[in-house]
Design a protein around this ligand. Structure first.
Ligand SMILES: NC(=O)c1ccc[n+]([C@@H]2O[C@H](COP(=O)([O-])OP(=O)(O)OC[C@H]3O[C@@H](n4cnc5c(N)ncnc54)[C@H](OP(=O)(O)O)[C@@H]3O)[C@@H](O)[C@H]2O)c1
Length: 227
């Protein structure tokens, strides 16, 4: 049992989430930002990776004139490196913030961050020593999270896709080209076009100059894959 997971991010026409230096503010237009905040308000939880929490210091609340409740905020942060000054930890939101770490994170760091009122989840590590995302999703479901929106970054999105934990995407495509930069999705180990993750029930909506693509994901059958 896990929540329904929607991945949402803004990319350039050539599939970049950010510049080589990691700057991503703002790839999308103000109209698209309002769409993002509306999507936040319609989810029980919003999840980002530790890289995004450190680089962008997002608040992850519902703003930009959108009415609705702030979702539970979750940072996937194996070793609890999120600084105590991070907005997700210092700026209040009704449902608070969870840091999802592994057992390897230091107890001292745990106590320092817990003192801020942050809930810390200690979860099993995956084969790379990072948070096991299946355990995280199962735990969030136990907390009553039925719908989760993942707002990046690239490393977390790639891991979730590899683990087939993404059900839907809502991707903003901005009319910009960056060339080199951080690619939205990294290696998924797919070498045959027939094995790609397919998008179904695709809808395209324009928001100002941007296009938002929403779709369900269909993974290729495991049985077929091993044939
Ligand atoms: N355009 C957009 O919509 C958008 C949205 C978000 C971010 N961004 C950009 O993306 C960049 C950040 O992306 P990023 O790839 O560096 O970082 P990220 O995906 O936000 O975070 C990755 C980090 O999460 C932690 N993590 C823990 N368990 C994990 C697991 N099982 N799988 C994957 N990650 C796990 C790891 O750090 P630990 O090992 O320390 O736990 C990992 O390095 C920034 O430049 C930001 O501006 C753009």
């Amino acid at each position: 049992m896990r929540p329904l997971v929607t991945v949402s991010y803004a990319q350039t026409l050539d599939g970049r989430l950010a510049t080589v230096g990691g700057s991503s503010r703002w790839i999308s237009s103000d109209d698209s930002l309002r769409f993002t905040h509306k999507l936040r308000a319609s989810h029980d939880a919003v999840i980002v990776g530790a890289g995004t929490a450190r680089r962008d210091d997002p608040e992850l609340t519902v703003r930009h004139g959108i009415e609705g409740d702030d979702p539970l905020r979750v940072v996937v942060d194996s070793s609890l490196e999120t600084p105590p000054s991070a907005k997700v930890l210092t700026l209040g939101a009704a449902k608070g913030t969870i840091l999802a770490a592994t057992e390897m994170a230091s107890d001292e760091r745990n106590d320092e961050l817990a003192a801020l009122g942050t809930k810390i989840l200690r979860l099993p590590g995956d084969s790379d020593g990072r948070v096991d995302l299946h355990s995280l999703m199962a735990e969030l479901r136990r907390f009553g999270v039925e719908t989760a929106m993942v707002e990046g970054g690239a490393t977390l999105i790639t891991s979730l896709l590899r683990e087939r934990i993404v059900d839907r995407v809502a991707v903003c495509i901005a009319p910009k080209i960056l060339g080199r930069g951080i690619e939205a999705v990294g290696d998924l180990g797919i070498h045959d076009l027939d094995r790609c993750v397919a998008l179904e029930n695709v809808s395209l909506t324009t928001y100002g100059p941007d296009i938002i693509l929403e779709a369900d994901l269909e993974y290729c059958d495991d049985a077929e894959e091993s044939e």
